[in-house]
Design a protein around this ligand. Structure first.
Ligand SMILES: Nc1ncnc2c1ncn2[C@@H]1O[C@H](COP(=O)(O)OP(=O)(O)OP(=O)(O)O)[C@@H](O)[C@H]1O
Ligand SMILES: [Mg+2]
Length: 359
């Protein structure tokens, strides 16, 4: 049993305010990912949970116990960092065993725990190697092994894969997901990579400038982003935005022109009035090619991915517009094409970046 609850957490470093009123509940055995751009406060929040950093105010509650003033060793957590800092002169076995040696664990129990961790991480045949003889992914697994042997109630990971190349990151993502299934422990994982967040999380926490923008399952954030920031951050390639002005048809229908096409959205007008500027959000994968009419796009770049092609170019005021189409679409740079955009799949935001509610 390991739940984590954060209550009204604020953090400043001197004059610099870094976290504002963070409230969050993490369930037992949940895989939670903190995601957000560089400098938004992810590492600071993780260090506050671990006890390596003090809060300015607010509470950290682990397993219903207020640990806000407890030192890291008393919190039952273990943290894996981006730089895995192994001891180069020690074998893999001794690197994994290190925290147990410090705790003066008896030899039988120590061996049992190291072997169990090595089995989970598929390092059994590497136990006599030195870190210098391992690949990047294997070294990262040794660092994870070092935290597994401590039997923590909660694992904290701070960008553990960012030193690895793209292929290895993909492999390690799968391994970490398996590790979570095997260990069945609460895990909190920090990344600025939304693909890692989408693929691994039960629950994603999107941080932006020290506040929580939104908390939800990956698909919830993908389908129902509450702000333009979340909409633009979650999903790959990124959502497109087009500025336009709204026409209110009635309380639950809003219309606008995109180019020459009038579109009618089942979106609640809320405080939006006719003539107000709004932004329409369109996911690249929700776009289709139309034979003519539709929204004109001038294509600058065509990327062939395999099953799909990705087009980059200009649509109205947006010069970085992106569309994903089937690979049999014959399109080349310089082409002027027409797109079909389904209003039922679009999102709308007011100019302060809040999503207008779908009706
Ligand atoms: N010890 C410190 N003293 C002063 N400012 C700090 C300190 N640690 C972090 N900060 C500031 O707090 C903010 C958040 O930092 P943090 O390391 O939590 O960001 P992050 O989201 O982990 O970013 P990244 O993705 O780059 O790792 C930054 O603006 C940073 O400059
Ligand atoms: Mg960080």
């Amino acid at each position: 049993m390991a739940t984590v609850k954060l209550e009204n957490i604020y953090k400043s470093f001197g004059e610099t305010e870094v976290l504002f009123d963070i409230n969050l509940e993490i369930n037992d055995k949940e895989f939670v990912v903190f995601v957000g751009p560089s400098g938004c406060g992810k590492t600071t929040l993780l260090r506050i949970i671990s006890g390596l950093e003090e809060t300015t105010s607010g509470k950290v509650i682990i397993d219903n116990k207020d640990v806000s003033n407890s030192p890291p060793v008393d919190r039952g957590i273990s943290m894996v960092f981006q730089s895995y800092a192994l001891y180069p002169h020690l074998s893999v076995f001794e690197n994994i065993a290190f925290p147990l040696r410090v705790a003066k664990t008896n030899e039988n129990e120590l061996e049992e725990k190291v072997f169990r961790a090595a089995d989970i991480l598929q390092l059994r045949d590497r136990l006599d190697f030195k870190p210098g003889q391992l690949s990047g992914g294997q070294r990262q697994r040794v660092a994870i092994g070092r935290s597994i042997v401590r039997d923590p109630k909660v694992f904290l990971f701070d960008e553990p894969l960012s030193n690895l190349d793209a292929a290895l990151r993909g492999d390690m993502r799968v391994e970490l997901a398996k590790l979570h299934q095997n260990l069945n422990t609460t895990m909190i994982y920090v990344t600025h990579d939304q693909i890692e967040a989408m693929t691994m999380a039960d629950k994603i926490v999107v941080l932006h400038d020290g506040i929580i923008e939104q908390v939800g399952s990956p698909m919830d954030l993908y389908h129902n982003p509450r702000t333009k920031f979340v909409a633009g951050f979650i999903g790959h390639p990124n959502m497109n935005f087009l500025k336009t002005s709204a026409t209110i048809i009635n309380k639950v229908h809003l219309a606008t022109n995109i180019g020459d096409s009038e579109m009618n959205f089942p979106i609640e007008a809320g405080d939006t009035k006719s003539g107000d500027e709004i932004e329409i959000g369109i996911r690249p994968e929700d776009i289709e090619l139309s034979s003519k009419d539709g929204v004109p796009m001038r294509v600058d770049v065509v990327e062939h991915i395999g099953a799909t092609i990705i087009l980059y170019g200009s649509v109205l005021d947006n010069d970085n517009f992106c569309a994903v189409l089937p690979s049999d679409s014959v399109i080349k740079p310089g082409d002027n094409i027409y797109l079909t955009i389904d209003p039922l799949k679009c999102h709308a935001f007011n100019m302060s970046g809040q999503a207008l509610q779908r009706s």
